[in-house]
Structure formats: C-alpha cells, structure tokens
Write a protein that binds this ligand. Sequence first.
Ligand code: HAM
Length: 413
Amino acid sequence: MANNEFQPLQGMSDIPAPEIYLWRMMEERARNVFTSYGYDELRTPVLEKITVFQRSLGETTDVVKKEMYSFKPSKHELAMRPEGTAGTMRHLAGRGEEGLNARVFYIAPMFRYERPQAGRKRQFHQVGVEATGEPNPLADAEAIALQKSLLDAWGLTGSTIKVSTRGEPDDRPKVAEGLREALRPYEQELCEDCQRRIDENVLRVIDCKNESCQKIVDQIPSPIEFMSEASRGYLDQVIQALDAMGVEVTVDPKLIRGLDYYVHTVWEISHSALGAQDALAGGGRYLIDLGKKRIPGVGFAVGFERAIMALEACGISGEQFAPEGGIWLVSLGEKALMENMKLAAELRAKGIRCGMELAAKSMKAQMRKAGRSGAAKVVIRGDDEITNQTLIIKDMEQGTQEDAPLAELFDRI
Ligand code: HAM
C-alpha cells in the first residue's frame, strides 16, 4: 500500500484538527455532566494483569478469547485494556469500604484486536462511568438518564435506548437450561460457533449476528421468560423510574450484551447513522469478580468514534468548535518583529490567543496566515509604528482598519 509508512496501524487513527476540536468539546461537556451527577474522574493504566480482564469479563467472551492485545514481558501475562470497567473495579477494590460506594468516570483509549471496519477500530475511545453499590433499580435508571444527559449535552439527536435484564445471578442456571432445551431441536441448523455455544455459553447464541441463528432465536422464548419474579420486578422498577424521569426506552428481551459480568439491567443505545455497528453506547448492572473480592455496581460506556459518526450525521463537526478570536501580529521589518515577540508574550500572559510569523515575510503572506488562524483582529506594526508607539488594528470580520496608540491596545481589543 502506498505511503503505508506514514499511516497509523490498521484500525487505529490519528486525530488531528479540526476533528480534535469535536473531541475536546465532547470531553469537556462529559466532564461537566458527570461532575453535576457527583462523579469524580479516575485514570487507570492501559496495562493490567490479564487475569483482571479474564475474571471479570468472562473467559468465554469474544473480547477475552480473541480480542485482547496481550504479552508476557516477565512473570505475569499482561493485557492492554479492552474496556474500562474491570480496571476501575481493580482500583476500587483497593479502596476498602469507600470503593464499594463510589462514583467514577473515565475518558480513555481501549484496545481490541477486531476486524476493522467503519465504526469498529482496534484502538477506540470510551467515555464511561461506574457507580458501585448493591443492586438498586433507581441507580440503574439514574445511570441510563445520565447517559441520555450526556448525549443531549453533545447535541446528539435520534438515538434510541433498548433495555433488558440478565436477571439475578441465581437465575443463570435456570435461564441457561431453559434456552438449551428450547434450542436443542434446532441445533443442527445453528452456525458452527453457536453449536459450540449451546453448551459453553448459551446466552451468546441469542445475540449471534448470523441470520439463520437469528431466525431460530426468534422462535424460542426470550431469556426473561425463564427468570424469577424478582428479576422481572426489578426491571419493571427500572422502567417505572425512567418513565418518571421522562427517559424513553424500549424493552428488548433479546438484548444480551457481549460481556459476562452483567446481572439485572442491561441497555444499549443505537443510532441509525451507524449502520452495521449501530451501538454507540452500552451499559448495565454488574457483579465484577476480582478473585478475592466481588464488586457490585452499574455503569456504561459510550464509544467516541461511533458517537462522532452519529454527531456528524446530525450536522455537528469539529470546525464548529475550532478556537477563534484572538489576535494575529503582523511585523513589517526586523525591528517590528522583535517588538512583536515581546507584545505577543504580554498578550498571551493575559490569556489572549495570539499568533505571529517568526520570520520576516511579505505583508500578503502574513495576512494570509492571519486569515487562516481565525483571529478576530490583526495588529500591524512597522518601523514607523514602533518609533511612534502606535499600531494599526484591522477588524477581520468587518474589514475596517484604525490607527491607535500602543497604550490603548488592550482597551481596543
Ligand atoms: P461495550 O458495549 O463493549 O461495553 O462497549 C461500549 C461502547 O464502546 C460500544 O457501544 C461502542 O460504542 C464502543 N466500542 C466497543 N468496541 C469498539 C470498537 N472495536 N471500535 C469502536 N468502538 C467500540 C463496555 O465496554 C462496558 N465496559 C460498558 C460498561 C461500563 N458496562 C458497565 N459499565
């Protein structure tokens, strides 16, 4: 492939301007929304012992079985995080009682060795939250509402929320047995993977993307039908609370989610702009197994790259958030160049965005750069202006120009 040498690895991207301005807007608003719900930011390392992920996400999940970047530099096998919940729980487990009733959020890169396509990357970014604590339908509903607030703050419209339940941990054997029995008559018609999944992890058959498997799944009872009254009642309470908060959701009993740590409520947010990879966010209640400790909680993660695809479909792009305003200094001659270096430092010290050419260039070339920088005003100085302690101020939007004493610069801009 041509120019491969200068491309990032397959499935990974550089994020230059102007796209980065959209990322910065999203990060800033995410921090504001999460802070308003009482969450604190947490940053954990990209690398963890592989067991942190194996135990909590589930040994038979695709993410753990096929998608982790792992290596063994010394005694322990390590992996680059494929998601944010496991590492967050590893951290909270070390904080004793306080960790069992915590609210944290993260904005971080994740790594999955997947087949890259639109909306599916090998390095992608998640903004996520986790709230630890015993199962409580109100906490689950609040997490869903929080996620909705985040999408609203970004200006994203047209997304839909699907909700379901994985039931109580005690329901699992009953659900698995019921599904197995229902699927047996169709076993030979299932894809090869699902024939294996029936015994290994039967819930995975329910969310198999294969069309012929989907047809069979449509004919059998949903997992919810094998669950206890308590599990169904829990979901009803979540829906009631969402209703009270005015958050619209649809119940999809076939929604499973790809990770094994979920119990009770699970949800996914999709957007029509995303095509095949239509989930832009997912979350749920979980019980994370860390070997010596199990931590209950609820949380979600939104994929930045997919959210951006959806935002762009809504007409929102990086250009709209490019830094603008500020000053561009034009220097005509060596003396003005030195004086402008000094002036630029003074302006920047006052927090004013300020740029200039650092070599003697023609007026035309400097004005072109000024235009590209998005500066609201251009300040022009040559030998005469330096001697007379004056300057020329040009308003870029109106195209007007005026002379002013240097001492009045700050008042005039
Ligand atoms: P997840 O559904 O695996 O959940 O990922 C959440 C979101 O990350 C997805 O909806 C998607 O937007 C994005 N995502 C996942 N894989 C890729 C990929 N290969 N390329 C681009 N985007 C991707 C979790 O990771 C859970 N930890 C969420 C959670 C937090 N549940 C409870 N707390």
